[in-house]
Design a binder for this molecule. Sequence first.
Ligand SMILES: [Mn+2]
Length: 432
Amino acid sequence: MQIITTHRSADFDGFASVIASTVLYPDAVPILPKAINPNVKAFLSIHKDLFETQTISDIDLEKVTRLIVVDTSKWSRLEPMGSLKKNENLDIHVWDHHQNPCDFNASWKCHEKKGANITLMIREIKKRDILLTPMQATLFLTGLYEDTGSLTFSSTTAEDAYAAGYLLENKADLNILSTFLQPAYGEKQRNILFEMIKTAPRIKINHFSVSINSVVIEGHVNNLSLVINMYRDILNVDAAFGIFVHKDNDRCIVIGRSNVDDINVGSIMRSMGGGGHPGAGSAMIKSASPDALKDWLLELLKGNQQSSVMISDLMSYPVFSVTSDTPMNDVANLLKEKGCTGLPVVDDEQLVGVISRRDFQKIKKSSQLKSPVKAFMSTRNITIGPDKSPMEAARIMVKHDIGRLPVVKDGKIIGIMSRSDAMLYFYDLLPD
Ligand SMILES: [Mn+2]
């Protein structure tokens, strides 16, 4: 006998993966844990006849030869299975999209990081050309959307989006799906936010107001970053951090949001083993007390200003420049050769102007190509200092609609900050 099961507090992704397994393993019996999420329960109350499942107490565990586990790779996440865990001859298949190590002694597994587990199973269903009913497609898409926040969470992969497309092709019904999907800010999220607001501690670090709050959470809660965002808004602090302590395992998730350039959440979270970008980020930490995490965060926050990225870390140099008496056709050749859209004009190390491709439109007759660049260059010198932040550079570029900013120190040009340099920073593509 083969049985399929998923983690306790089964969510839509877990339940959908159990049903998808019945398609891939037609002889296996789907077993649902007794604890399932309320929205899955609501879905089942209507679809019970379509998706028949059993509970572990309906099964003679002695007869089980194969266990198919979906949406988890930990024994501890399963409902107790009595003698099964000790059965050395048990053949185990695992399908999981979580990043943690697998503690099943599996004969076969599909363990890849994806936004949703159902994505892995759809890959196989597609490969085997198995026809799905619209109800199956709807359930699978609900699981996919729940785990990926309708494809918006940063954990979403391209394959998740392709799988969603495949399910829509197979007539997944978005109206039914939206009835059962929990809203991003639901009861669970609200309770956590209220819990945090009750204490709402605030501290000053390097002139910035910061709140670090820890909360114990039960089961899986989506959209905690949304909660932190609202929390930061309500408290009106420069940065807010939530330390979420999972009641049922020894993990803490730290989520941060910052509204100021000087507190780079991405770099703080990278120091804690996580990731993110300057305004938002998170880290998952095992076996740590919330108090120790708070101290660690404080330490990182105090050191963060020194280590925050400055223009001098991002700018390009040496700077290719021309002198103000360079003829325009030489400038044109240089722009072509360097493949850039503009060049600073520098006399005696002092920035005197900027010439860009746009300025060539001012040329009316070919003889003007022999004229010096100073006749056409822009002398509206918008520059930035090397100790300024990338956010400041972005603001100036947007305000003046320019793609390149000369970096000037004591009147001398020392580098160029371009749009692509800024992009590297904002998309977190800088080498560590
Ligand atoms: Mn999942």
